[in-house]
Every structure is written in structure tokens, then in C-alpha cells.
Ligand binder design. Structure first.
Ligand SMILES: [Zn+2]
Length: 496
């Protein structure tokens, strides 16, 4: 999910003018618990196949599930961060379907009484902030993973199944059909990922399958408020794939409708290789799953006091933090958005700003040089390459005029690679700016003497010539002269 926005030609005008696109997303996020939802098996990623399983998650006869309370806590915290109502009473249901990666032939999920409902996520849209409704957030268990010998199940000689993932706790976050373009869908997903990461309930790595997304998409005549026939798109494994798949699907449906044909309600898969959606199967209705209450688990009854304690444990959320950065530090909203897009970046910026006492300077450096060197994973900053103290020391040198901005960038580069303190690098490389008035006066006077014509031009009131003289001073000092002081001295000497 690291990709930049797709180039314009990859997302040809999906809605056109006659149709409005209506998109709802179902997002599955694995919760960061150490053990599974109904047993004590480990959830660690990357273990050899079928080494993290037991009779409970393998669905062997005669076993009973035991609910993992930590998973409930994380699901409730996700619901709170998404502004949901938390249900004091919810229950678990069996969702029955047969698929090889589901050994019990049913999944324990929540059907009519989910844990959280009626929330929202705010996204930035051209017309301002848009609120995307969240219908529900519920808790359920993960299925296993089929590993085909070939590229897909079709044409494979055999398939293996890894049950390590079976029973890992998931939350399913279902949005209202409030999204109006593939770009909005992407913005919503990004906001969701940032929020879940901030509160630490999920590591939301799409590459490891801990964040997955299915989309419902339909078209309707612009101005209508009825819903058209929708298709569901699955198998999108990056934010870019989501945007592209939805753009493709909107265009496909628009062409059908324009020809007077109808859209068939079905499940389609995004093919990365073909860059198009392909039909998988006609849509199951909820009835096909034969939901019924899970008889082995008691209903989930939450103590309101506990919910409030969990609410109090939530960190400041990205939206609130962005607004505070604008208010408290006077940063432009764009800058505040970049800095709060990741919690470790926001924490780092605040610590540096506090030490240096100059939020704008700290913001410029964190957004520019620091993020340029920061390792990222799936578009998310994983670590800050310098210490708070290290960057603060460097910015102090910039503030005092000891090093110029370009020299300071060179110093930061070296700090990132060697971890050595700024002051040491500056001294070793002789990067101190010459701010000593006496030393600068000597050079300025020499340059004026050596360049009588430009000096005379400046005296005659021709401002441009001063740039040439400054250049000469910088050249004679190997770029180390403090440019503000040089300009001031030249102006003083050559006052018309
Ligand atoms: Zn187990």
C-alpha cells in the first residue's frame, strides 16, 4: 500500500456525467493479539505451516471455544476510535459455509447483534471534510489459507492448506455506501489504516493479509437516490488495486447501462495481471449462510465502566491531533496532515519542536529531510532515522547560524548513516558558517575592491548586482559565509 496515486490515465473518468458511483467497503483487519480468538494458539506471522494449531482452531469434535478478552478490548477500542456506539449486549453466531480453509465448515462471527455500530470516518475531499458512515464493526475469526501448486486453484495439480491463520481475531468494518469515487474509497482506507495503527489494535499490513478489503459498487443516474444493482469486488491486495478495480468496475457498469443492458448482481475478482475484474460467482444472500446463534459461547455482555476505561486509554486520534497541530503550532493543514499521518512521526515532531522551540523549523525538517531518510513499510513510516536529541542539536546549530541550511542537510545525511552527533560532524568537516564580523568584513572589502564595476552599479541603485558580489564572497569562503550577514555588510558598504 505504498504506492503513489495512480497516474490519471489509469483511472479514466469512472462515473462520467450521467452516472453517480456508489461504493461501500467491507474491511477486515486482523487484531494484534498474541493468541487466537477462541484458543491459546500463537498468532505470530510467518511460522512453518500448521505449527500453530490445536483441536479448538482445527474444529475437532468435542472442543469448546473460550473467548479471548484482549480481542474484545481491541475490537471495542477500534469501535470507539471510529466513533461507534458500543453494544452493551452482543452475541456470536455461526456463519455456515463449506470451504476447505474453514475446517469447522462454519465461522464464528456476529450477525444481528454486532459489537459496535453507527460510527464514521472523516476524509478530506475537494469540497472539504466528508463523513463516511460506518454501519457496524464486528468480531469474527479468521479462516485458513489455501496454497495452490499453480497460480490459482484452476489448473493447479494440488492445493495445500495452512491452518495457522485459522482463528486469528478479525474485525470487519462495514461502511455505509457513502463513497462516491475510487479516490474517496482509497482516502477512506488510508484514514482507516492510520486510525487502527494509531490505537495499536492492528498492524494493518496489506502484504501480510492483516488488512483486506471487499467493495460493493453500483451506479445510478446522477440526481437519483435509488440504488442500482451492485457487484462485489474481491481480491484487491493494495490501495492502488482498490482504486483501479473500482474505476474499472464503474466504467464497465456505465457501458452496460448506456447500452441498455442490466448489471448482474455477482461477485467479481480483480485480476492484477489483466487489470480488470472477472466474474467469480453470482452473489450469495445472507440466507445461504444459515446463520444461527453460536451455542458454545455465552452472549457478550460489556460493563459500561470497562468501556469507559478503554476509552480513556485511547491515544489522541489522528484527526484531533491534526487539528491541534494547526491550532497549537500554526502549521498549514497540509503539513499537519503529513506529520500526523503516522503516530511515530507525530510523536517525534512534537518532541523536537519542544526542544528547539521552533515548530515551523522542526516541521520543515521532519517533513523534508527526516522523512526522506525514514524507512517505510507499505507506505507507513516504520522508524525515525535520527534521535530527537540529535535532530534538535542540529536545528540549534541552524538557528544560531553556525551551519547553513545546505550544510545542515549534509550533516543530517551523515548522522543518519553513522549515528554521530551533529556538532562533531560539523567540526570535522569544517562546516561552521563564518559569522565572525571581522572575518567577513575582510572578504567583503576585498570582493568590492576586485569588482569595481558591479560595486559601482550597486552604489548607483541597481539592486541586481548585489547578487553577483554575494556569489563572489560565497566563492571565496567555500560557501561558509553566513549569507544574511554578507548581504547586510554589502548593503552597508555600498549604500547609494
Ligand atoms: Zn488453536
Amino acid at each position: 500500500m505504498a504506492e503513489q496515486a495512480a497516474p490519471a490515465q489509469a483511472l479514466p473518468d469512472p462515473g462520467h456525467d450521467e452516472f453517480e458511483v456508489v461504493i461501500g467497503l467491507e474491511v477486515h483487519a486482523e487484531l494484534s493479539t498474541r493468541s487466537k480468538l477462541f484458543c491459546g494458539c500463537s498468532t505470530a506471522f510467518g511460522a512453518p505451516p500448521n505449527t500453530q494449531v490445536c483441536p479448538v482452531c482445527l474444529g475437532l469434535p468435542g472442543v469448546l471455544p473460550v473467548l479471548n478478552e484482549r480481542a474484545v478490548e481491541l475490537a471495542v477500542k477500534a469501535g470507539l476510535a471510529l466513533h461507534c456506539q458500543i453494544a452493551p449486549f452482543s452475541k456470536f453466531d455461526r456463519k455456515n459455509y463449506f470451504y476447505p480453509d474453514l475446517p469447522k465448515a462454519y465461522q464464528i462471527s456476529q450477525y444481528d447483534l454486532p459489537l459496535c455500530r453507527d460510527g464514521y470516518v472523516e476524509i478530506a475531499a475537494p469540497e472539504g471534510v466528508r463523513r463516511i458512515g460506518i454501519v457496524r464493526v464486528h468480531l469474527e475469526e479468521e479462516a485458513g489459507k489455501s496454497v495452490h501448486s499453480g497460480e490459482s486453484i484452476v489448473g493447479s495439480e494440488y492445493s495445500n492448506i495452512d491452518y495457522n491463520r485459522v482463528g486469528i481475531p478479525l474485525i470487519e468494518i462495514v461502511s455505509q455506501p457513502d463513497l462516491r469515487s475510487p479516490e474517496e474509497a482509497r482516502a477512506y482506507l488510508e484514514q482507516l489504516r492510520t486510525t487502527l495503527r494509531y490505537i495499536g489494535v492492528s498492524d494493518v499490513r496489506m502484504e501480510e493479509g492483516s488488512l483486506r478489503c471487499d467493495a460493493n459498487i453500483s451506479l445510478r443516474p446522477r440526481g437519483s437516490d435509488e440504488l442500482g444493482t451492485k457487484t462485489e469486488v474481491k481480491n484487491m491486495n493494495s490501495f492502488r488495486a482498490v482504486a483501479r478495480a473500482l474505476a474499472f468496475e464503474a466504467r464497465r457498469q456505465a457501458e452496460l447501462l448506456r447500452r441498455g443492458e442490466r448489471v448482474v448482481q455477482e461477485t467479481r475478482a480483480w485480476s492484477e495481471a489483466r487489470q480488470e475484474t472477472v466474474s467469480m460467482r453470482s452473489k450469495e444472500e445472507a440466507d445461504d449462510y444459515r446463520y444461527f446463534p453460536e451455542p458454545d459461547l455465552a452472549p457478550l455482555v460489556l460493563d459500561p465502566g470497562q468501556v469507559e476505561r478503554w476509552r480513556a486509554e485511547l491515544p489522541e486520534l489522528p484527526d484531533a491531533r491534526r487539528a491541534r497541530f494547526v491550532r497549537e503550532y500554526g502549521l498549514p493543514p497540509y503539513d499537519a496532515g503529513v506529520l500526523t499521518g503516522s503516530r511515530i512521526v507525530a510523536d517525534f515532531f512534537e518532541a523536537v519542536a519542544a526542544r528547539v522551540g521552533d515548530a515551523k523549523l522542526a516541521s520543515n525538517w521532519v517533513m523534508g529531510e527526516v522523512l526522506r531518510h525514514a524507512p517505510t513499510e507499505g507506505g507507513e513510516v516504520e522508524a525515525i532515522p535520527v534521535s530527537v536529541q540529535g535532530l534538535a542539536e542540529l536545528l540549534e546549530l541552524v538557528k544560531r547560524g553556525t551551519v547553513s541550511q545546505p550544510a545542515a542537510k549534509e550533516v543530517l545525511e551523515e548522522m543518519v548513516h553513522s549515528g554521530r552527533p551533529a556538532g562533531e560532524i560539523v567540526r570535522e568537516r569544517g562546516l561552521e558558517q563564518i559569522s565572525d564580523r571581522g572575518a567577513l568584513e575582510a572578504v567583503v572589502d576585498r570582493v568590492i575592491h576586485e569588482n569595481p564595476k558591479p560595486a559601482a552599479d550597486v552604489r548607483a541603485g541597481e539592486g541586481k548586482a548585489i547578487g553577483f558580489l554575494m556569489g563572489q564572497v560565497m566563492k571565496q569562503t567555500q560557501g561558509k559565509a553566513n549569507p544574511q550577514q554578507v548581504r547586510a555588510l554589502l548593503e552597508e558598504r555600498l549604500r547609494p
